[in-house]
Design a protein around this ligand. Structure first.
Ligand SMILES: Cc1cc2nc3c(=O)[nH]c(=O)nc-3n(C[C@H](O)[C@H](O)[C@H](O)COP(=O)(O)OP(=O)(O)OC[C@H]3O[C@@H](n4cnc5c(N)ncnc54)[C@H](O)[C@@H]3O)c2cc1C
Length: 425
């Protein structure tokens, strides 16, 4: 610690991170530190945090990235299943200023995506501070600066960029009788592969992209999966007319109104996949793109699961009524025996647990209150990247806007930085 402090003291002149003199003394006493950051503090080192750090770097604005885990892109590295590939073609998933390698497949594997992100961080010299969970961030009106706290440090800065993601915490539903079940009940964030479920009957709860893909994975490991489908869902083929469905949709939206594009998608899907309602997968009344726009609910891009449902290898059940010992009772009255349950029930933002502000983010879902494309900017130097429900494409758009906005203030303010510093000390 002592060595670390001396090292930081020596770096003060060149680093965007400056220890405040008075705080250095109290830090020695309390064994924690107060750090003045000249540029923005970015909370989260996932793809969004990296994208905005890179955009800022390109504009000459230094930043500090704080990450709770011990690696970049922790969602991808630590909380996703082995067979995961990008759901969308690579050119819709690249971060600003760097394309995927040309020898990567159209849908890179998670290992390739992580490799791309590591090279991205290296290229833009992004060195996140790991094991730094932000427990609170609050705007201090008296000094006109943000105070961002971790267990070890307090970072004082003009700008805070929230990049903790829409998927920060696993969302686990309350299910009656959950304590009685007796077998493993696991969220997809802890599921790696079907290997340990070989020969077992496994109920997968939730029919989004993850739930559907986990079912397929279980089939490949000779488990017997069943899928709980509580709500209506749009299933689209991942590709149509030799192109990615996402790409076709984007292209058509340039020329046609969303309802017509939805009509087109549904007709082609019906031709390729057949009538999904025959297999317990009813479609919502709104089209897939309109529904996505209004509620953020993503259509499922089929990677082969539907064929297994049609062949009977994956059974479909309605909502769960309650669990009993190794048995599941469904809302239609049927009861079936299962060895394990996988909860593909999604994630939620954790912003309300640490960001102390009431204007920009909703306390209810932890997402920006203003709808896309206006959710990226709040008051008093607060920004959000990656909360658009539009994946990596949306995060890149946010990142560019935020960097441009901060650069304007940065240029105007660099001359006053010293004043702020002496005020603090
Ligand atoms: C299974 C899956 C597949 C997906 N596939 C695609 C796809 O193909 N294409 C696409 O465009 N999108 C896809 N997405 C959606 C989205 O692009 C990804 O979730 C992406 O990882 C979002 O990046 P992010 O940086 O916003 O959030 P995250 O990747 O979740 O990163 C947020 C980071 O913040 C850190 N953090 C959280 N709280 C704190 C805190 N209090 N203090 C410090 N650090 C904190 C986390 O540890 C994490 O590292 C997918 C999502 C999932 C779940």
């Amino acid at each position: 610690m002592e060595l670390y402090l001396r090292e930081i003291e020596g770096k003060q002149a060149h680093d965007p991170v400056i220890m405040v003199e008075d705080d250095l003394k109290s830090m020695r006493r309390r064994r924690c530190c107060c750090v003045y950051v000249a540029g923005p503090v970015i909370v989260g080192a996932g793809p969004s945090g990296l994208a905005v750090a890179a955009c800022l770097k390109e504009k000459g604005v230094p930043s500090v990235v704080l990450e709770r885990s011990n690696c970049i892109a922790s969602l991808w590295q630590l909380k996703t299943y082995d067979r995961l590939s990008l759901h969308l073609p690579k050119h819709f998933c690249e971060l600003p200023f760097m394309s995927f390698p040309s020898d990567f497949p159209t849908y890179p594997s998670k290992r390739q995506f992580v490799q791309y992100l590591e090279e991205y961080a290296e290229r833009f010299h992004i060195r996140p501070r790991f094991n730094q969970t932000v427990s609170s961030a609050e705007y201090d009106n008296t000094v006109g600066l943000w105070r961002v706290r971790t267990s070890e440090s307090e970072y004082v800065c003009r700008w805070v960029i929230v990049a903790t993601g829409e998927n920060a915490e696993a969302l686990e539903p309350e299910i009656k009788g959950i304590g009685e079940f007796g077998g493993p009940i696991r969220h997809t964030s802890l599921y790696k592969s079907g290997h340990e479920f070989r020969g077992k009957r496994v109920l997968v709860v939730g029919c989004g992209n993850s739930g559907m893909e986990v079912c397929l994975d279980l089939c490949n490991y000779n488990a017997s999966p069943a899928l709980v489908v509580r709500d209506k869902v749009h299933i689209l083929p991942r590709e149509m007319l030799g192109k990615s469905t996402f790409g076709v949709s984007m292209w058509l939206l340039k020329w046609l109104p969303i309802r017509l594009v939805d009509r087109f998608l549904l007709i082609v899907s019906r031709l390729i996949l057949g009538d999904t309602s025959l297999f317990g997968l009813d479609r919502p009344p709104l089209g897939p793109l309109e529904l996505k726009n209004l509620s953020g609910k993503t259509p499922v891009l089929d990677v082969g699961t539907l064929a297994m449902i049609k062949s009977g290898d994956i059974q479909v059940f309605p909502g769960i009524k309650r669990l009993k010992r190794h048995r599941v009772e469904f809302v239609d009255g049927t009861t079936e025996k299962f060895d394990a349950i996988i909860l593909a029930t999604g994630y939620r933002s954790n912003v309300p647990s640490w960001l102390k502000e009431g204007e920009m983010f909703s306390k209810k879902d932890g997402l920006p209150k203003r709808p896309f494309p206006n959710g990226w900017k709040g008051e008093s130097g607060l920004y959000a990247v990656g909360f658009t429900k539009r994946g990596l494409l949306g995060a890149s758009m946010d990142a560019k806007r935020i960097a441009e906005d901060i650069q304007r203030c940065w240029i105007a303010n660099t001359s006053t930085t010293t004043t702020t510093y002496s005020y603090l000390s």
